[in-house]
Design a protein around this ligand. Structure first.
Ligand SMILES: C[S@@+](CC[C@H](N)C(=O)[O-])C[C@H]1O[C@@H](n2cnc3c(N)ncnc32)[C@H](O)[C@@H]1O
Length: 310
């Protein structure tokens, strides 16, 4: 196929299809799989990008499995229908059943492929996909005891995607930090954390020796207030345009080594102009994490296992 394929989730399908349509090319959708002819186009909301998808014959389970085996990947089925038949085919492929792992870990090496039956006689497959996680799911072991909010999973996933993480001796700012999931992640990694929010931080997190919490308005913070920062993390709830404006002096100052910023949509509308501004920052990437809801994550710089493609 001279096409590129983007996979959405039911919650993001509308945004994926709308943005692909902005390219001016026709979009062919089959469930959560969306084909666009030609080279990749800008896309922020997909869960996985299938590179160089191909159509394979699948008139029988054996034929489908043989075709997939010949492409030599670690396969994850992404069924849109015919669920039982997908299971039968997947059982005939080299065993690949990744288990949830505790953060931090190194994502699996090797080509992660994705496939789905298209109809009774054909399937779509791609032996290479953009996500370093099987089917786009980081499969993180949940910690329901220590972090004070489930938001910690977003930062863990972002750091796995970035392929690097803060450590002892590094200094982080966590803006919009309460109740403290992200600050907990950063502190657990041994970094020094300046944590800022208008609300209060969970005392189990604020009492840690490497956490300095201050109550206040994140938008009043300036680069000079901190000096060099290894990590600038932000999960503040605000309009994307306000976030963009606030970030400009931080980007211009050149004092921040890494940004992990949640860009939250307000209401149903998507501020595409501002999203395009984030995505246009050289060397950055704007992605929809498995653990993102009605929001995207902006990462700079975009070094990581799949940074060459989004
Ligand atoms: C989604 S929550 C952050 C969750 C946090 N990352 C965690 O892991 O627990 C958003 C936070 O942004 C904070 N916030 C919103 N506007 C703010 C502002 N102008 N200055 C500081 N914090 C703000 C809210 O008080 C709220 O705690």
């Amino acid at each position: 196929m001279d096409a590129t394929l983007y996979e959405s989730d039911p919650e993001t399908r509308e945004h994926v299809v709308f943005q692909l349509g902005r390219s001016g090319r026709p979009v062919t959708s089959f469930g959560d799989l969306h084909l666009v002819p030609g080279e990749p186009v800008p896309s922020y909301w997909h869960r996985n990008h299938w590179f160089e998808p191909v159509t394979l014959p699948a008139t029988s389970v054996s034929e489908a499995a043989a075709g997939l085996r010949s492409l030599g990947a670690l396969w994850t089925a992404r069924p849109q229908d015919q669920f039982r038949r997908h299971t039968l085919i997947q059982e005939k492929l080299p065993r690949f059943s990744p288990k949830p792992r505790a953060f931090p870990f190194t994502p699996p090496a090797g080509n992660l492929g994705a496939w789905a039956l298209r109809d009774e006689t054909t399937l779509w497959a791609s032996p290479k996909t953009s996500s370093p996680f099987p089917g786009g799911d980081p499969l993180l072991v949940e910690n329901k005891i220590d972090p004070p909010s489930s938001a910690y999973r977003k930062l863990q996933e972002a750091l796995l995607l970035a392929g690097r993480r803060p450590g002892p001796g590094e200094v982080c700012l966590d803006a919009g930090s309460c109740p403290g999931g992200w600050t907990w992640v950063l502190a657990e990694l041994g970094a020094t954390v300046h944590s800022v929010d208008r609300a209060s931080l969970d005392s189990r997190v604020s009492s840690r020796p490497n956490v300095a919490f201050r109550t206040g308005n994140a938008f009043a913070l300036k680069p000079a207030d901190f000096g060099p920062l290894d990590w600038f993390c932000c999960d503040v709830i605000c309009y994307p345009a306000k976030l963009w404006d606030w970030l400009q002096p931080w980007l211009a100052a050149g004092t921040v080594k890494n940004f992990v910023v949640t860009v939250k949509m307000q209401g149903k509308d998507i501020d595409w102009d501002t999203l395009d501004r984030f995505a246009a920052v050289a060397g950055s990437r704007l992605v929809h994490l498995h653990h993102n809801k009605h929001e995207l994550t902006w990462l700079w710089p975009a070094i990581g296992p799949s940074a060459t493609s989004q």
